[in-house]
Design a binder for this molecule. Structure first.
Ligand code: FPP
Ligand code: MG
Length: 345
């Protein structure tokens, strides 16, 4: 194993997402446990070949909020609490996430990830794809250590990640409703792994089996809410403060929910929506045209409709929590759901 990178304060970053809803005692415990997860993660990605070792640790060391491991730890409180088996489960979901990012950046031809060069920019597509495969293999080993049920959830999740990506890539067919298609892609691409993280927490802590469908539904809805909030942020973020470039989805021609809603309204005869669509469909290579399209969308009611849809998914997530015992964990999961849609970046 190569030397561990300087531990970043991953725990704090992830816990910011639960908006300070936890007691100090619980917060300190989770922050400490996330550092243990970091050690398991680092070891799980290590390779005997120095080159493979470097490529395997590249994105892990570039940053990330460790939201998925945090959800594993939080949901383990619904069972027997944190243990080495829970650390293993938390590292497994993060590795699946990392593996998918190596592949996603190849498909999106993304130059950067987490402020660092993407793996394919650094080493080429083949290395990036194979490194994703390596990490996915290691994730499978960890999930098997957690047990057969975790392995089943991981296999199911992998299938949905791939199908989500595939359906996004091929787009809609004649018979698909574009908005339904988009929401199902978000559920597969993002909801499935957030949901798996919550399930891993219950499984690895031997929590009550009847809570599995509860956290499964919660995680899935949170994932969709999170992605819809991203659609709003892409149109409204202040590039100077956040380091994000506003209008990135627009420039890349990603049909996000605001765009899909504008198209639907335009088809139904709404003239203001038709004007917005004309700007979105214009040549956006020039910054001025991009900014005009961004402002048109951000100034139209489709933005508020997208916000409302994101909130509705957060509400759905919180409603799913009803069978959980009242207390700190239920509150933290609810705060996390609303935090994902209220965040500014
Ligand atoms: C990010 O999407 C991508 C995903 C959430 C999932 C990608 C899934 C695969 C590549 C399938 C293969 C999976 C494995 C485990 C090897 P985005 O491009 O919308 O988000 P971004 O802005 O973070 O790039
Ligand atoms: Mg991408």
């Amino acid at each position: 194993m190569t030397s561990t990178s300087t531990p970043k304060n991953y725990g704090r970053l992830a816990l910011d997402a639960v908006g300070g809803s936890l007691s100090e005692e619980m917060t300190n415990m989770l922050v400490g446990e996330l550092q243990h997860v970091e050690t398991v993660l680092d070891a799980a990605a290590s390779q005997t070949s120095a080159f493979a070792d470097e490529t395997s640790h590249h994105l892990m060391r570039a940053g990330g909020k460790r939201v998925r491991p945090m959800l594993v730890l939080l949901c383990s409180q619904l069972g027997g609490g944190v243990s080495p088996r829970v650390h293993t489960a938390a590292a497994a979901v993060e590795l699946v996430h990392l593996a998918s990012l190596y592949h996603d950046d190849v498909m999106d031809e993304a130059p950067k990830r987490r402020g660092a060069l993407s793996a394919h920019e650094k080493w080429g597509n083949n290395v990036a794809i194979l490194t994703g495969d390596l990490l996915f293999a290691r994730a499978s080993q960890l999930s098997l250590e957690v047990g057969a049920e975790a392995m089943r959830v991981q296999a199911e999740t992998f299938e949905r990640l791939v199908l989500g990506q595939l359906h996004e890539f091929v787009g809609t067919t004649e018979s698909d409703d574009p908005i339904e298609h988009y929401l199902s892609v978000l559920a597969d691409k993002t909801g499935s792994l957030i949901s798996a993280s919550c399930q891993f927490g219950v499984i690895a802590s031997d929590g009550p089996a009847e809570l599995l469908p509860v956290v499964k539904e919660y995680g899935e809805a949170v994932g969709v809410a999170f992605q819809l909030a991203d659609d709003v942020i892409d149109l409204t973020v202040d590039g100077k403060d956040s380091g994000k470039t506003p209008g990135t989805d627009l420039r890349e021609g990603v049909a996000t929910l605001p765009v899909l809603l504008a198209r639907k309204a335009a088809q139904a005869g709404d003239e203001s929506a038709a004007e917005v669509v004309a700007k979105v469909d214009a040549d956006l290579t020039e910054d001025a045209a991009l900014e005009e399209a961004r402002q048109a969308l951000a100034g139209h009611e489709v933005l508020e409709q997208t916000r409302a849809e994101a909130r509705a998914w957060a509400d759905r997530a919180v409603e799913a929590l009803a069978p959980l015992p009242d207390g700190e964990i239920k509150d933290a999961l609810a705060t996390f759901a609303y935090g994902t849609v209220e965040r500014a970046r």
